[in-house]
Write a protein that binds this ligand. Structure first.
Ligand SMILES: NC(=O)c1ccc[n+]([C@@H]2O[C@H](COP(=O)([O-])OP(=O)(O)OC[C@H]3O[C@@H](n4cnc5c(N)ncnc54)[C@H](O)[C@@H]3O)[C@@H](O)[C@H]2O)c1
Length: 569
């Protein structure tokens, strides 16, 4: 059989392990673990080296006692699939498998792998046999079948269920299994527990698996590590021993003296806390969508309204939604709750109104940006079809390179469908895989491509690294993400780079009134999500221009002598 390879995003090819590599790899791990145990270190296996698992593994590996000695030895375990295997050799070289804007990530991984020797990565499930603690950080996706209707979707439990079975087949009955994955509420007790218990029984183990749940609140961005280590956690185990072990473990790796742990009675409460927390956030964001339209149609600047409200301490967390709510969690987590109610707990009635509505609103908010772009171009007498449009920002929030479920993706897809030619610039994103690999990323069944027509050419959409080049000759520019480098862009320069007036669409309250005014003065058209006051600024510019012309006409009349005056002797 020919060897298979896994290609890293940096373009490095790694050969997938062959069956004979497994035995050797387990021997390597056993030797390492023997040595680490003699140093008194606890053995932790982190399953799933994705955005969360890779960093959590390093945070655990970085744990020290008062004398500065590592207290844990972490084996990061990752499936050797063509898509993900590269993460293993990369981590073993001391390199982070996930790109992060946090300057702490790279040195922490390098330190743990090369200096402390407290972190390795592997592909063999046999590593689980050596674990005192297993942390589960694999994905649990929610697959939507329609755009804008979360009810028509389902949780993909297969990976998680399979992983739990594998864990039960390998671990010692005394290992703690800490599920950090965001799961459908009820999963730990009603899915994980029976799967694991059945396997334990087959293995002749009478003891219950030591299962607990504690969800991640990690935030991509500059505080990535800190959002794991220096942050409040919630946890709960399926029995007293599991809870006690989870509390002990988390207290050792997270700064629980400053950020106390909340211990709940049952795992379903910890699982529900995660879902409610994110559904709450999704709902307050969705709530502003209708007020955003109200503002656009009634001359109101929603940005200023929000700032005015925020001053009141009880309302300080009101936030402007931007062009859709992305990231991995908010678009899916409410769906996990809806699904659990029916498919884990067996209820038939429909109690959920706000949670699905919020997700549906957030999932489709970006489509309105295409309408604003169309209208702005129309006001300039330019058709949208074949217009050159630049989207500034590909990621889902400011100053991160994470493009998962970003509003910008939908903007690009809809405008392409409507016939426009799209370009993109983002200072934090090198490759926008949702387009470059749109037939396989995030998975063949999940690309948003399936909801739009005429998407084929978007496989050639490359992120333009130079803003000046990106702007050359554009008909419209869409400020889609509040990245820092976009905040101070000077309208005169933007127009100079573009080579003439263009439509300017502000999706995030990025432009202040002075800039909006300047764009109008330069002959551009401006529109923005929730920014109804731009019309007032446009009228003001028109009036000022009219007054200027009038003054010029008067001046010209005064300077030009009248014909009958000239005739006079
Ligand atoms: N990314 C975030 O910002 C964030 C924040 C909070 C919570 N979460 C939650 O954390 C969980 C993980 O999210 P993520 O962003 O890290 O996902 P991810 O897709 O980046 O990572 C999951 C990893 O698990 C691996 N994997 C799957 N099955 C495996 C198996 N059987 N054995 C070993 N490895 C396996 C995958 O190959 C992948 O590398 C999710 O439940 C998510 O909702 C994510």
């Amino acid at each position: 059989m020919p060897a298979e390879y896994s290609l890293s995003p940096h373009g490095v090819k790694f050969r997938l392990p062959s069956p004979k590599d497994y035995g050797k790899e387990f021997e390597r791990l056993k030797a390492l673990v023997r040595q680490q145990r003699s140093l008194g270190r606890e053995i932790v296996v982190a399953m799933g080296l994705g955005f969360v698992g890779a960093i959590m593994a390093a945070v655990v590996a970085d744990t020290e006692d008062e004398k500065g000695n590592p207290t844990k030895f972490v084996i990061g375990m990752q499936r050797p699939s063509t898509r993900s295997y590269w993460k293993i050799p990369l981590l073993n070289r001391g390199m982070s498998p996930v790109k992060s804007e946090d300057p702490e990530v790279d040195p922490m991984i390098l330190r743990c792998v090369n200096e402390k020797k407290s972190l390795v990565a592997t592909f063999t499930y046999d590593a689980l046999k050596l674990a005192d603690v297993v942390i589960v950080d694999i994905q649990c996706d929610y697959l939507k079948e329609t755009l804008g209707n979360v009810r028509e979707g389902q949780v993909n439990m297969a990976d998680l269920e399979e992983s739990l079975g594998i864990i039960a087949e390998h671990i010692s009955p005394d290992s703690l299994v800490l599920i950090e994955t965001t799961v459908a509420p009820g999963t730990t007790e009603q899915v994980a527990y029976p799967i694991m218990r059945k396997v334990f029984h087959k293995r002749g183990i009478q003891k219950d698996p030591l299962l607990a749940h504690s969800f991640e609140r990690v935030m991509p961005g500059k505080q990535y590590v800190s959002s794991i280590r220096n942050f409040w956690r919630v946890c709960s185990g399926i029995n007293e021993e599991a809870t006690r072990r989870a509390v002990k473990f988390l207290s050792e790796v997270i700064k629980t003296d400053e950020y106390p742990l909340t211990v709940l009675d049952r795992p379903i409460e910890s699982e529900t806390a995660k879902i409610v927390e994110n559904s709450f956030r999704a709902a307050i964001l969705a709530f502003l969508d209708e007020w955003s339209l109200f503002a656009e149609r009634n001359g109101v600047d929603l940005i200023k309204v929000i700032d005015a409200i925020k001053i009141r301490p009880t309302h300080s967390n009101i936030i402007f939604p931007g062009p859709g709510i992305g990231g991995y969690c908010l678009p899916k987590d409410g769906g996990l709750g809806l699904w659990a109610y029916r498919h884990i707990h067996g209820f038939e009635d429909d109690i959920f109104k706000i949670t699905p509505l919020a997700i549906d609103i957030n999932d489709t908010r970006a489509l309105h940006v295409a309408q604003l772009t169309r209208d702005a171009l129309r006001n300039m007498g330019r058709p949208l079809a074949a217009a050159e449009i630049l989207v500034l920002g590909a990621s889902y929030r400011e100053d991160v390179g994470d493009t998962r479920n970003s509003g910008s993706e939908l903007i690009v897809r809809r405008l392409t469908e409507m016939g426009a030619e799209l370009r993109v610039h983002d200072p934090y994103v090198l490759h926008w895989w949702e387009f470059e690999k749109q037939d396989e990323y995030p998975s063949p069944a999940r690309s948003l491509k399936r909801f739009f027509r005429n998407q084929e050419r978007l496989a050639n959409l490359h992120v333009e690294p130079d803003l000046k080049n990106a702007l050359r000759g554009v008909d419209a520019v869409i400020f889609a993400v509040k990245h820092e480098p976009y905040l101070d862009l000077n309208p005169d320069e933007v127009m100079e780079f573009a080579g003439g007036p263009m439509a300017v669409i502000d999706c995030f309250g990025i432009l202040d009134d002075a800039r909006i005014k300047r764009y109008f003065e330069l002959g551009c058209e401006v529109k923005g999500l929730g920014r109804g006051h731009v019309k007032r600024i446009k009228d003001q510019v028109r009036e000022e221009r009219e007054q200027m012309y009038q003054r010029a006409r008067v001046r010209a009349r005064i300077q030009r002598p009248r014909t009958d005056d000239r005739r006079r002797p």
